[in-house]
Every structure is written in structure tokens, then in C-alpha cells.
Design a binder for this molecule. Structure first.
Ligand SMILES: [Zn+2]
Length: 260
């Protein structure tokens, strides 16, 4: 079954070339950021043999413990780390790297320190793509906005990473679902839309790994139609792009999402 890609910027060739990359590093703030808006795409890339690596800056210790609580407050960092590991396994991607920044305080992190820590992982993973949050943070969470800034700065300091992508939600989808709390973007600014229906079960398994957070996700109480609308398709913006690197690497299209 094919995977539909709707390229809104007439950059189908470009994005398919980007997706030929053999390695992707996703840089996020909290356990669960890797799953809800991009987990299906990560699973599809992993199915294609791409090394997909998640770097999470905090243990999500300021998040919910569940209702009723599933653990003591002091246990939450370890519980959420395990939930993240469970989700990565469910998506079929690499075990995650975790940093130990304070959840809710990421914007106060020393920029030089965290950027250098991201770059250390970049040197190890050698990604062709970095995925993170854009300037809106999707939910607007300050940690999301901060990690997006740090990952962008890390990208700027590399020479051989081809593209920086950001998770995004198009205006039309947010409007259809009445999600006024989401920071959505103009539809025409979306550069890649991925139908993740073929990996729906893996994505839902990953979501349910995040047991402490399930009550924080109103979409899981929505109708199956709304869940498929919001979770069955994932959207991305290309923030920065180095086309000259694609020419040098002479990458083929044999491993693009288009070929699935
Ligand atoms: Zn988050």
C-alpha cells in the first residue's frame, strides 16, 4: 500500500530526496513529543531502514502522574523515561537519548551547553535530517519553543545535515477539529504531509506506552473519525535546507517514503 505525500510547495522531488536520508535525529523536550504528531512518520522511516533516533531534553517530571496517580512524584522521571523507551520500541526506532534538564524550565537552560549536547549526539548519529518543533511549539509550550530554538542553532552549526524539519499542524485541520488551543500554520506553508494509516497500530501502541499522559490527551476521548483525522496524518514544514549537499551525496530515490 502506498503512502500518500501531498506536497504543497511543489517540492515533491526535493522532499523525496530529503527522505532518502539514512538517518534522522528528532530533538524534543518531553517524553511523548515523539509520538503524537510525528510517531507514524518515524515508524515509516524505520520500516524503510532509516536510523531514527530521538533525543529528549527532559524526563517530563513536571507532567501528569495520571489520574489516579500511577506513581509517586519522585518516581515520575524514571516512569516517563520507561514510557519513552516503550514508545520508541513500539515505533520500531532506536532507544532514545535523554538529557536531564528540568521540565518546564528549558528556556532557562544554558544555550551553549544544551546546543553542544545536541551536537554531540549529531556527531554520533550523523543524521541527514533533524526534526524538532518550530517557533510556535505546536501546543505553545515554552519548552517546545525552546528546544526548537536549540535544535535550530545546532543545525546551523553543522555542515553536513541536509534539512531541518518542524512538526506543524495546518490551519484547516485545527479548524475542522475545533482545536483552538493548537498553534497552527497556514496550509500553504506545509511542505510534507504523511499518511500514517499503515502504521496506525504502532502509533497507537506508542501513545498507550505514555500511560501517565493519556488523561492529558483529549483527542483520545474523541470519536474514531476525529482520532483518525488528527492522528492518521502528520504534517511538517521544512525550516532550513542545504540543497547543495544532496547533489554531492547523489542520493537515490530507492528508499524514499514514496517507494513504500
Ligand atoms: Zn511536550
Amino acid at each position: 500500500m502506498g503512502v500518500a505525500i501531498l506536497d504543497k510547495m511543489e517540492t515533491e522531488e526535493r522532499t523525496s530526496q530529503i527522505m532518502t536520508s539514512a538517518s534522522l535525529l528528532a530533538v524534543f523536550a518531553h517524553p511523548d513529543d515523539e509520538t503524537f504528531r510525528c510517531g507514524g512518520t518515524l515508524a515509516l522511516l524505520a520500516q524503510r531502514g532509516v536510523r531514527v533516533q530521538v533525543l529528549t531534553a527532559t524526563h517530563g517530571q513536571a507532567g501528569s502522574r495520571g489520574d489516579p496517580p500511577l506513581c509517586a512524584p519522585e518516581e515520575l522521571p524514571a516512569v516517563r523515561e520507561n514510557e519513552l523507551r516503550c514508545a520508541c520500541a513500539a515505533l520500531g526506532i532506536q532507544p532514545p537519548f535523554l538529557l536531564d534538564y528540568q521540565d518546564g524550565q528549558l528556556s532557562k537552560a544554558d544555550p551553549e551547553r544544551i546546543v553542544s549536547e545536541i551536537l554531540a549526539v549529531v556527531r554520533e548519529v550523523r543524521p541527514q535530517m533533524i526534526l524538532t518543533y518550530g517557533s510556535d511549539g505546536v501546543s505553545g509550550h515554552p519548552d517546545h519553543i525552546a528546544i526548537g530554538c536549540f535544535a535550530t542553532e545546532a543545525f546551523r552549526r553543522t555542515l553536513d545535515v541536509v534539512a531541518l524539519h518542524a512538526i506543524a499542524v495546518p490551519h484547516s485541520l485545527a479548524k475542522t477539529l475545533g482545536m483552538t488551543q493548537i498553534h497552527s500554520v497556514p496550509d500553504h506553508s506545509i511542505s510534507l504531509t504523511v499518511d500514517v494509516s499503515t502504521v496506525w497500530n504502532a502509533k497507537m501502541s506508542a501513545i498507550h506506552c505514555h500511560q501517565t499522559q493519556l488523561g492529558e490527551s483529549p483527542i483520545l476521548q474523541a470519536s474514531p473519525e476525529k482520532q483518525h483525522l488528527f492522528l492518521g496524518t502528520e504534517h511538517f514544514q521544512t525550516v532550513l535546507f542545504r540543497p547543495d549537499l544532496l547533489v554531492k551525496s547523489k542520493q537515490s530515490n530507492s528508499q524514499t517514503l514514496m517507494s513504500l
